[in-house]
Write a protein that binds this ligand. Structure first.
Ligand code: GLN
Length: 457
């Protein structure tokens, strides 16, 4: 993996920070020694993990891809990181992202872009583009991303890896730099469903440092998958009701993506699932509601970056100029736009028209998912309306970029878990471009998604 980083990093630039090789080797040798001595090792012993740079890591920079946090080294690990380390994981570096998670291509990083390993002229998706590219280019075994409106699932789809967005509250958000707190979750990426399942197991669970983390029972996801034997007569997928979300396959979706999803549906049918089309009437309202709510929450969350407590500071004579100049210099244009949109939506006189209305839409969306999941075990859709597009293609058209989030944002609004697995290819690049299938389940039913996802490998 270290050799792959050395070889590929100049072209792909998945990372904002790579751990020192000697340090990684020393940690790996410690695992070897434990094995030699016959000591017990954790399920992640010696596993090299890439961590999205908006997740705090002790003794490593953590910038969220923002110049305003350049040079910041947290004094603590995020709970997810602490848990992985306890099980033996080695953090190999911090992966690139759109500043504070706001974006869909990783072009919005305050430092540099990241290339898609399948075709270097294309974006890896975002905002967890670095985490997806690093796994795809085999620069690390697995990685952590964060998903507020699709940031684990869409890059997983663009880079041909597995990505899981757990149920809201399944994984502690302690140490995840807040974008939109009611939507944010830490998610996992890997080159197989089992890898993602093992990682999810490691980081799940209640944490007293995050009051929204859940005490819901955790299943041993990986063993659960392996224990299902497809060669015997008890087909675990027989009779599974799969709803294909109609609104995600219509206008605006590439025909080749639609046919990959339809082919996946046939594959599931061949395995005994019952696939039907399902309609979620409020689906198209998800995008506007998401962008109002996410921007509103971010305008509040990002007010903490005053350049006094952390990060970069521009010298000034008085306090207002200190805040103003530091924020004007530290934040990129997309982040500023979101803060403005959010502040506007929350201001007196507009609150009822925007924020409150968006919250109502959120309730409708939750209800329509509940109805759909009452009559279906899982729902399926594409992860994104297209495969990876070219670098620069959507940089000047924020609305076109936002529109690409149509399949994913609704899931965050409802707080549900969703898994993305590579399910096909469309033409492009030198060897085709990957397409991801999204599977959405009931709250805390990640185990079912992982079990079904496993049949695609
Ligand atoms: N693309 C979406 C946004 O910009 C989602 C990002 C995310 O999930 N962090 O808000």
């Amino acid at each position: 993996y270290l050799a792959r980083i050395r070889q590929m990093e100049p072209r792909i630039q998945s990372f904002l920070h790579v751990a020192e090789e000697e340090k990684v080797m020393r940690e790996a040798e410690k695992v070897d020694m434990k094995v030699e001595r016959g000591e017990e090792i954790g399920p992640l012993a010696g596993v090299l993990v890439g961590v999205k740079d908006n997740i705090c890591t002790k003794d490593m920079p953590s910038t969220a891809g923002s110049k305003i946090l350049e040079g910041y080294r947290p004094a603590f690990d995020a709970t997810a990181v602490r848990k992985m380390k306890k099980l033996g994981a080695i953090i190999v570096g911090k992966t690139n992202l759109d500043e504070f998670g706001m974006g869909s291509t990783t072009e919005g990083s305050g430092f540099h872009g990241t290339a898609n390993p399948w075709d270097l002229s294309r974006v890896p998706g975002g905002s967890s583009g670095g985490s997806a590219a690093a796994v795809s280019a085999r620069q690390c075994v697995v990685s952590l991303g964060s998903d507020t409106g699709g940031s684990v699932r869409q890059p997983a789809s663009f880079c041909g890896v597995v990505g899981i967005k757990p149920t809201y509250g399944r994984v502690s958000r302690f140490g995840l730099m807040a974008y939109a707190s009611s939507l944010d979750v830490i998610g996992c990426m890997g080159s197989s469903v089992i890898d993602a399942a093992i990682l999810l197991n490691a980081i799940s669970g209640h944490d007293k440092l995050d009051s929204t983390s859940s005490k819901h029972e955790i299943v041993d996801y990986a063993s659960d998958i392996i224990s299902k034997d497809f060669t015997n007569s008890s087909n675990p997928l027989k009779g599974l009701r799969v709803g294909m979300i109609k609104e995600t396959l219509g206008e605006g979706v590439d025909a080749a993506v639609t046919s990959s999803i339809q082919a996946s549906a046939l594959h599931l049918e061949a395995l005994g699932c019952v696939v039907t089309e399902v309609s979620l009437p409020s689906f198209s309202l998800g995008l506007p509601a998401y962008y109002v709510l996410a921007s509103s929450e971010s305008s509040s969350n990002l007010s903490r970056y005053d350049s006094v407590r952390y990060g970069n500071q521009i010298a000034a004579d008085e306090i207002t100029a200190l805040y103003g100049d530091s924020r004007a210099n530290g934040f990129g244009s997309e982040v500023k736009m979101r803060i403005l949109m959010g502040t506007y939506a929350l201001s007196a006189g507009y609150y009822d028209a925007y924020y409150k209305r968006a919250q109502r839409v959120r309730t409708l969306i939750k209800k329509s998912f509940k109805d759909a999941l009452d009559s279906n075990d899982i729902l399926i859709s594409p992860a994104a309306p297209s495969a990876a597009y070219r670098i620069g293609e959507k940089t000047n058209d924020a609305l076109a970029m936002y529109a690409g989030d149509i399949s994913t944002v609704n899931v965050n609004l409802a707080g549900l878990p969703a898994l993305v697995v590579p399910c096909g290819f469309v033409e492009g690049g030198t060897s085709g471009l990957p397409v991801g299938l999204q599977m959405i389940g009931a709250a805390f039913d990640e185990a079912k998604l992982l079990k079904v996802g496993h049949v695609f490998e």
